[in-house]
Write a protein that binds this ligand. Structure first.
Ligand code: ADP
Ligand code: ASP
Ligand code: MG
Length: 409
């Protein structure tokens, strides 16, 4: 008998029939004699609908109230699954994040899990119940409800698996694994059998929303393997773990994209110490999360500084950057809200020349203009016009022949 943690995402529980289908799968796992903890997301697009409801009241909803509101999505689905399991004759109980002992910091809408007190869950399991935990939420020191950021139920699931000592965390979703690119955009995308944490972290951080990047981080930290698989069929999924050897390291493993990119350029920035501090401290104070930062080498002691943010943060970023730019004597700010990014990822790329050149050629041959380029040891990202992202994905997938197994440079 094993302890199994399963997470079901929003599309897997989008309506009553789908919840009943999930209940049957959970029941089958229980019938094999396992203890089962299920982490569940809100039904379908519920979280989007709750956000839009709040925005109908005010364009700047109070962050504490918004977190309480959003947490209700997972409360609803967890109770529904408990009822479905009971009607199949199983003992089951739904628990909120707080009842499940998930303690977080106080950063509303992007809270981090500090620890999990699994006391209550262990007690309920001991009484023979299937435990259903509402994903995406926890409680802070003030006993206020917090949420973990969009897609955060994956993180709840890995935290549960880690704190309960489960052998792995099973993530059930609407695709049967992690593919070489988003299969909705690239018909030739191929399912990967396994991936290292490091590669999955880059893929998740740069757009593969199939798994939340903080879930991958936590999996690596706590050494919890994560299986991504389908809630609709029995196909084998993708195992994310730490045991990938050097020999099987692939050069390019996957191509990811993100359509949620905007950029701000601060023009004519004087080249002296303290300038970047002024701009980025102001952004941090306003809770604007900055992704890529590029500063040119200065010509005649003036330079341009560009950074990217999510589209929803652009207005705030400009509101903050403009006075900061003025205060340091820069010429002003310009913004572009219509960007996206494509990234190639693979541990085998490090120390191997030619990958960047191949990527740039593939984009050039499709006449795609590159606005910004950033790299890590195992990733190259090009920021381009959002209207060309799909073309870029398909061109890059083809150029690196990712539909086939093995490496192609
Ligand atoms: P859930 O509701 O189960 O959390 P998500 O919508 O968050 O599911 O994630 C699943 C989606 O991730 C898929 O429908 C797919 O379109 C998308 N996706 C993006 N990149 C990839 C990838 N590389 N492999 C598989 N799915 C991907
Ligand atoms: N319901 C939340 C969201 O839509 C969390 C999740 O599904 O992981 O972002
Ligand atoms: Mg998700």
């Amino acid at each position: 008998m094993a302890l199994i943690v399963q997470k079901y995402g929003g599309s897997s529980v989008a309506d009553a029939d789908k919840i009943k289908n999930v209940a049957k799968r959970v029941a089958a796992t229980r019938d094999k004699g396992n203890d089962v903890v299920v982490v569940i997301s809100a039904m379908g697009k519920t979280t989007d609908q709750l956000i839009s409801l709040a925005n109908q009241i005010t364009d700047r909803p109070d962050v504490r109230e918004l977190d309480v509101l959003l947490s209700t999505g997972e409360t609803v689905s967890s109770t529904m699954l408990a009822m479905a399991l009971k009607s199949l004759g199983h003992k089951a109980i739904s628990l909120s994040g707080a009842q499940a002992g998930i303690r977080t910091d106080a950063a509303y809408s992007r809270a981090r899990i500090l620890n999990v007190d699994s006391h209550r869950i262990v007690k309920e399991l001991g009484e023979g119940k299937i435990v259903i935990v509402a994903g995406f939420q926890g409680i802070n020191d003030e006993m206020d409800i917090t949420t973990l950021g969009r897609g955060g139920s994956d993180t709840t699931a890995v935290a549960m698996a880690a704190s309960l000592g489960a052998q792995m965390c099973e993530i059930y979703t609407d695709v049967d694994g992690v593919y070489t690119a988003d299969p909705r955009f690239v018909p030739d995308a191929r399912k990967l059998r396994e991936l290292g944490y490091e590669e999955m972290l880059e893929l998740a951080s740069y757009g593969a929303k199939v798994l939340h990047h903080r879930a991958v981080e936590l999996g690596e930290l706590c050494n919890v393997p994560i299986l991504v698989t389908s809630s609709f069929n029995e196909n084998p999924g993708t195992l994310i773990h730490g045991g990938i050897t050097m020999e099987v390291r692939n050069k390019v493993r996957g191509i990811v994209h993100d359509l949620n990119v905007a950029k701000v350029t601060v023009l004519g920035v004087p080249d002296r110490p303290g300038i970047a501090t002024t701009i980025f401290e102001s952004l941090a104070e306003e809770n604007v999360s900055v992704d890529t930062i590029v500063q040119n080498a200065s010509v005649e002691r003036l330079t341009d500084l560009t950074f990217t943010v999510t589209k929803s943060d652009l207005e705030k970023a400009i509101r903050v950057a403009e006075p900061a730019a003025k205060s340091i004597g820069a010429r002003g700010c310009i913004a572009d809200a219509n960007l996206g990014q494509v990234s190639i990822v693979g541990t085998g790329m490090q120390n191997t020349p030619g990958y960047a050149a191949k990527m740039f050629r593939a984009l050039y041959e499709k006449e795609i203009n590159i606005e910004l380029i950033t790299t890590s040891e195992i990733r190259i990202t090009c920021i381009i016009d959002e209207s060309r992202v799909e073309d870029a994905l398909i061109a890059l997938h083809k150029a690196f022949q990712l539909e086939k197994e093995g490496d192609v440079l």
